[in-house]
Write a protein that binds this ligand. Structure first.
Ligand SMILES: *[C@@H]1O[C@H](CO)[C@@H](O)[C@H](O)[C@H]1NC(C)=O
Ligand SMILES: *[C@@H]1O[C@H](CO)[C@@H](O)[C@H](O)[C@H]1NC(C)=O
Ligand SMILES: *[C@@H]1O[C@H](CO)[C@@H](O)[C@H](O)[C@H]1NC(C)=O
Length: 773
């Protein structure tokens, strides 16, 4: 019943077979047929870029269906530029091949470079999101890049870590670059591979044993544990731990079109195939070398996560289906039930008539209220002013061609037609994949009898290679559950096809909502916005939740419900929340560190112990910062669990007992009120006595939990500010604590006066070697 997953055994290191490079079989992407072994020879032969040998339809060799170097590489201090030409224009998959490509290898920081592959003669769609890059490149890069040097040599890229010589990325087989289909295959260094989302992977560590293909395309689909479905957002990003030492790098593909990623073995070498159906290839590599370093470097590029207001770390309650205010008690989140006819910026004056009073009441009790908004605006120009305002500001998504407008569309508009004041504190933006019910089906009708959105028949709606998005959709279209790919959007300056910007719809709404709050609605306040659809960079503006369902917590909930002592749930929840509230100053300090410097506030075990091979497979334990290990029970009905404690001193957070002083697998009983929590030796955690709300807790005296390491040493820090106005370091306090052989030192890094009212009343030392005097 209790299982502990270990990846015991040998670390698989890549053996890159350069001589074999031209004969590596890269399977041919036959539309709608992800299983290469079932493609027939006749089917295969319809693609001139493919050939059928040994029962498999695969890409012809690099020098036949790929690209060759067209001229000598241009090498400079800022990078390398390659010009490529198609090896044989006759060989194609879906047509519209780009004949001439440019490859820019751009050095940024010593640990960060970019590989950008694009059409040499015509500009194509590129993700219109501003990223952060240094003005001048680093002068001592820790990477080394090899490319072909002789004209007519087949194209490849080889990326190494200088210090170890490890080959982190080595393209194999042909690059394919067509208007609506781009494909590249590469070896990766080791099978310690994490990421590519948003998908409910069944384990944190990806597997290469069988070929697994995932697709990234924002869609309104509830997470189902272990399924390979694409969910609400797109994060084309992976982390790869290379070796025994724990050297780690990560790779981000900045592309917002529908993307497919396959993981599989070539021989014994873990490999990935990356496919996208639009835009360009724009890879960013971050070389760490630690797992936490790659996160710091990645968030330096895409933007650091926002600092949440303190109240948003407290107890949150929400459900869809409250129906009326009578059913809300302490609740803070209001799902769409509160709206009048599901219209944004309104509330139901019958069932939710007293909503403004409820808001006032909640505020007087130091509680907060978060309202939900959906992106679809009801079209009722006469009685619903937001719809006219939207029209006046020309913000609606349009049909990109007049011939696409359906006959039953009201005249004079090419817009889509789909179907008081409350003092709120935060905004919850849902349905922003964007979601639309019934697209391309005859199943949905609005109040006027109008049917569901029907998209035109063209190569944007049905691309030659539709990815798993189309082949797994009941309507076989990319627009299933969303709006038409051939519709048009604008950012005020440029027009875009929804086909290209679909995955950044939630990103744009997040930025607009954040700006609306900071600039107009709640100026001076620190915004809290919660989004369902996300893309790399949204973390600067918004928080994210994993849709209507979650894997582990669903099981956790079920196990609580199934227990015969079910009345204890209330007490158990209170106990768990009390501990959380007590350590909120520590969590808040960690979130501030993430905001300022990019170190993760919540970390996988491998990130804190990168050279521990067992830690690399653990996904039911996690850290707050690098100090507090949380090991929740996630198995239904479990009365205990095994906990993996890597090499350190470990103390039970609650009673201070030393539970381990080296690598240990611990079995603990887990009565319902217990969440196993362990503090790592060497840590100081600031805390506050908890009260009912975060506002009240913040007024209580502080304490420190000091957990000593084997040298009787510990350190930690406290960040403090008013918790709710715009964050500035001028209004912030940072103090660091050091405990060394009995001496506790507090050193103030910022603004003593901000903390002048704070009182420190208790110090708990875990592992103290002597009787205190
Ligand atoms: C491609 O390379 C292989 C050897 O690796 C060679 O046999 C073949 O003739 C080459 N094809 C072309 C078109 O140059
Ligand atoms: C949650 O997921 C389960 C399957 O795990 C599914 O039966 C259920 O309908 C989902 N609920 C929602 C609200 O999507
Ligand atoms: C502790 O502080 C005292 C007084 O400043 C000093 O004499 C002593 O050396 C310190 N001990 C350590 C281990 O730093």
């Amino acid at each position: 019943m209790f299982k502990m997953k270990f990846i015991l055994g040998v670390l698989l290191l890549s053996v890159v077979a350069f001589a074999q490079e031209n004969v590596v079989p890269i399977i041919c992407p036959v539309p709608g047929n992800p299983d290469p072994t079932t493609v027939t020879e006749d089917q295969c032969n319809t693609y001139t870029a493919c050939e059928y040998t040994s029962g498999i339809c695969h890409m012809k060799q690099n020098n036949e269906s790929g690209y060759l170097l067209a001229s000598e590489p241009v090498v400079s201090t800022t990078g390398i530029q390659l010009s490529l030409k198609k090896a044989n224009p006759e060989n194609t998959l879906f047509g519209a091949d780009i004949e001439e490509l440019t490859v820019d290898i751009l050095y940024h920081h010593n640990y960060h470079f970019e590989i950008k592959i694009y059409d040499s003669s015509q500009s194509r769609y590129e993700v219109p999101i501003q990223r952060n890059l240094p003005d001048t490149p680093g002068t001592d890069p820790i990477f080394e890049i090899r490319t072909p040097t002789a004209v007519d040599e087949p194209f490849y890229i080889d990326v190494r870590r200088k210090s170890t010589g490890s080959v982190l990325f080595r393209t194999v087989g042909p690059l394919t670059f067509e208007d609506q289909f781009i494909q590249l295959t590469s070896h990766v260094y080791s099978p310690y591979f994490y990421g590519i989302g948003e998908i409910c992977h069944s384990s944190l560590l990806r597997s290469f044993d069988e070929r697994i293909t995932n697709v990234l395309f924002a869609r309104d689909r509830a997470p189902y544990p272990g399924s390979q479905d694409n969910l609400y957002g797109s994060h084309p990003y992976y982390i790869n731990i290379e070796d025994y030492e724990g050297n780690t790098h990560s790779v981000f593909l900045d592309n917002s079109n529908a993307i497919e990623y396959s993981t599989f073995l070539i021989g014994s070498t873990p490999s990935v195939t990356i496919r996208t159906i639009g835009g360009i290839l724009d890879f960013h590599f971050f070389l760490g070398p630690t797992p936490d370093d790659v996160t710091v470097q990645y968030t330096e590029f895409i933007g650091r996560p926002f600092l949440p207001p303190y109240w948003s770390l407290g107890f949150q309650l929400s459900r869809y289906g409250y129906n009326s205010l009578d059913n809300y008690k302490d609740t803070q989140y209001f799902d769409i039930d509160y709206m009048d006819g599901r219209r944004d910026f309104t509330y139901d004056e019958t069932n939710f008539a007293t909503l403004p009073d409820v808001a006032t009441q909640l505020h007087s009790e130091n509680m907060k209220l978060v309202l939900m908004f959906d992106p679809a605006i009801a079209i009722d120009f006469d009685t619903y002013p937001p719809s006219q305002r939207g029209k006046d500001s020309d913000v609606y998504v349009k049909y990109s061609d007049p011939s696409y407008i359906p006959d039953d569309q009201p005249a004079s508009t090419s817009d889509y037609v789909v179907g008081n004041s409350v003092g709120f504190d935060g905004v919850w933006i849902d349905m922003n994949e964007p979601s639309n019910f019934g697209t391309n089906t005859d199943q949905y009708f609005d109040a006027t009898g109008r049917g569901a959105l029907q998209c035109p028949d063209n190569n944007l709606e049905k691309p030659p290679y539709g990815t798993l998005v189309a082949s797994t959709a009941s309507t076989s279209t990319l627009s299933e559950a969303t709006i038409c790919m051939s519709s048009k959007q604008t950012d005020g300056t440029n027009d875009y096809l929804h086909y290209d910007v679909h995955n950044i719809y939630g990103f744009s709404e997040s930025v607009a909502t954040y700006r609306g709050l900071t600039e107009t609605v709640l100026p001076g306040e620190r915004p809290f916005v919660l989004t369902r659809s996300s893309f790399p960079g949204t973390g600067q503006y918004v928080a994210h939740w994993l849709g209507d369902n979650k894997s582990a917590w669903e099981d956790l909930k079920a196990s609580i419900i199934a227990r015969p002592d079910w009345p204890n749930v209330l007490q158990a929840s209170k106990d768990a929340l009390t501990i959380r509230y007590k350590y909120l100053p520590f969590l808040y300090t960690s979130l501030h560190r993430a905001h300022m410097f990019g170190n993760s506030a919540i970390r996988p075990v491998f990130s804190v112990f990168p050279s521990d091979l067992n830690a690399r497979g653990i996904d039911d334990q996690f850290f707050w910062s690098d100090k507090l290990l949380v090991a929740p029970v996630v198995e239904q009905g479990a009365t205990g669990r095994y906990i993996y404690l890597p090499n350190s001193l470990w103390y039970d957070l609650l009673d201070g007992t030393l539970v381990a002083h080296m690598t240990t697998v611990l079995y603990v009983e887990t009565p319902i009120e217990k969440i196993p929590l362990y503090v790592k030796g060497g840590s100081i955690l600031p805390f506050q006595s908890p009260s009912l709300t975060t506002v009240e807790s913040r007024n209580n005296p502080f304490g420190l939990t000091i957990a000593l390491d084997s040298n009787n040493f510990a350190e930690g820090e406290l960040f403090w500010d008013d918790g709710h106005t715009e964050h500035t370091m001028d209004e912030s306090y940072i103090g660091t604590f050091t405990y060394d052989q009995g001496n506790l030192t507090l050193s103030i890094q910022y603004n003593q006066d901000i903390a002048s009212d704070l009182v420190l009343t208790s110090i708990n030392v875990y592992g103290y070697p002597f009787k205190p005097i």
